[in-house]
Design a protein around this ligand. Structure first.
Ligand code: 6GU
Length: 248
């Protein structure tokens, strides 16, 4: 997978991208990241990237020319996607669709992604209308720019690329992928300060352990994120368990 990121602050990405998941993916040859300073595509002598909004009002607006040129440069650098589908050009903005595991899965199906990090009061609407194919927000709060959001989205997507996670990990069994929160986890010691690990986990009975974990995941989801239960695949007995948990 190749991810190109257009930003006014490329240096924000250097530390996160040189550790953990991103480093691992790059070291394995599964990820290439291109960081591009939008300012490099501004041609006037002051390297202007923003301007006053037409119609007046507070704040500045990112100009269209540097963003169009940066995307066009990146696109022609390495062409379209091998599978013929169009490369998503994603604007990170609080006005976008709310990011989710489903969207992460969707994006992980592409060979290439282009992220544009919005800033200031916004970007010229022609960027949205004529260049961007998707707009994503990571939640209902306001960040000062799209950079941290781009990192969040990139992390969630990159870990879904086959081979990035070790075989021991794998993205299949964790929170949200089954529509439920993850079950409680324990490791050694078996008793810490009088607090024992649940007996069943030490039993070696894998069927019982799987049953216990499923039950815990349902109870935890019912208590913390009942909104997720509607979309979770529960048997009638599991639905009753969830309803009982919610009464507690
Ligand atoms: Cl993608 N950008 C900004 N500036 N704020 C946000 C966001 C994005 N997602 C949530 N808040």
């Amino acid at each position: 997978m190749r991810i190109d990121i257009l930003t006014l602050f490329p240096e924000m990405f250097t530390s996160p991208f040189s550790s953990a998941i991103f480093k691992r993916a790059a070291d394995r040859g599964l990820l290439e990241i291109g960081l591009h300073n939008i300012r490099d595509c501004s041609h006037d002598k002051h390297h202007t990237v923003d301007d006053y909004p037409y119609g007046g009002g507070a704040g500045m607006v990112l100009k269209p020319e540097p963003i169009f040129e940066a995307v066009e440069a990146v696109m022609s650098e390495s062409g379209a996607e091998g599978d013929g589908s169009t490369t998503p050009v994603i604007l990170l903005t609080p006005q976008g669709r709310l990011f989710s595991q489903r969207i992460a899965n969707e994006l992980a199906g592409h060979d290439r992604l282009i992220f544009i990090c919005g800033h200031y009061e916004g970007v010229d609407e022609r960027v949205r209308e004529r260049l961007v194919t998707d707009e994503i927000s990571i939640g209902d709060y306001v960040l000062s720019g799209g950079e941290l959001a781009a990192m969040v989205v990139a992390d969630a997507v990159v870990r879904l690329v086959p081979g990035v996670l070790g075989s021991a990990e794998s993205a299949g069994d964790e929170s949200h992928s089954a529509g439920l929160l993850e079950y409680p986890q324990y490791t050694r010691p078996p008793v810490y300060r009088d607090w024992p690990v649940p007996e069943v986990l030490l039993s070696g009975n894998h069927a019982e352990i799987a049953k216990w974990r499923r039950k815990q995941a349902i109870i935890r989801t019912a208590l913390r994120r009942p909104d997720l239960l509607d979309k979770a695949n529960l048997t009638p007995a599991e639905r009753r368990l969830a309803e009982e948990a919610q009464k507690l």
